[in-house]
Design a protein around this ligand. Structure first.
Ligand code: TIU
Length: 222
């Protein structure tokens, strides 16, 4: 087993049991006219991580290891959208309403798709999730168990919302989780920094963090 340089201490990396979990790299969060912008955010902040996420994705593919993509989205009839999620706040567009990239956060719409540079390949699992966490109301747990996965390397957006929620869900389910620092981003830099700190505090209470370069080195050394 490889030891991967990480914080707060080395991550015991077992790549054959480690899936790359890429959270919600969707047009709705990264591009103009989508959900992220409707909430009042500067969506251009998130694009900076695309090259790092792409490097991780390429490496996992090159080693023929498991890649999972997630997409936050809802059914066209909104039957999986709680009223509280739909009605909260004052977004310019609510989930399900038509925007310039189609209906906001609805499965199959143009804006809901994963951005082109990170598009899933045939054979890679894509989890459509109605919640912030990727385990809630999805088959992710069964899929990971079926493949003998015990470790998750997480990337994607946003750090303190869907990424952190998923990491906490996974930690409670017994997975060793590592969040890649330069492959996750938030609309709020201070929230990203706080999330990284709280995850690895108290002896990795939720999990580890590491840089893309260190993860790729660990992948090649194992
Ligand atoms: N608003 C925000 O920061 N995030 C989300 O609504 N979803 C995800 O993080 N994917």
């Amino acid at each position: 087993m490889a030891s991967l340089a990480a914080r707060p201490f080395a991550f015991p990396f077992d790549k054959r049991r480690a899936a790359l979990l890429i959270i919600d790299m969707q047009r709705d969060f990264l591009e103009h006219g989508g959900f992220g912008e409707a909430l009042g955010n500067d969506v251009t902040r998130l694009g900076v991580i695309v090259p790092a996420v792409g490097r991780l994705l390429q490496a996992w593919r090159a080693h023929d290891l498991m890649v999972i993509h997630t997409m936050e989205c809802h059914r066209a009839d909104l039957s999986d959208l709680p009223a509280g999620k739909r009605d909260r706040g004052q977004p310019k567009l609510r989930i399900g309403e038509p925007g310039p990239m189609g209906r906001i956060l609805i499965a199959g719409e143009a804006g809901t798709a994963i951005i082109a540079p990170l598009a899933p390949r045939i054979g890679e699992i894509v989890i459509e999730k109605p919640g912030k966490g990727a385990f809630y109301a999805t088959a992710l747990g069964e899929i990971l168990a079926g493949r003998g996965i015990t470790q998750l390397v997480l990337a994607g957006v946003t750090t303190e919302v869907c990424v952190q929620t998923t990491m906490r869900e996974a930690n409670d389910r017994g997975y060793d989780c590592l969040l890649v620092e330069d492959a996750t981003e938030s609309y709020f830099p201070e929230f990203k920094a706080a999330t990284l700190d709280m995850i690895r505090a108290q002896g990795a209470i939720v999990g580890w963090t590491a840089l893309t370069d260190d993860v790729l080195r660990g992948l090649d050394n194992d």
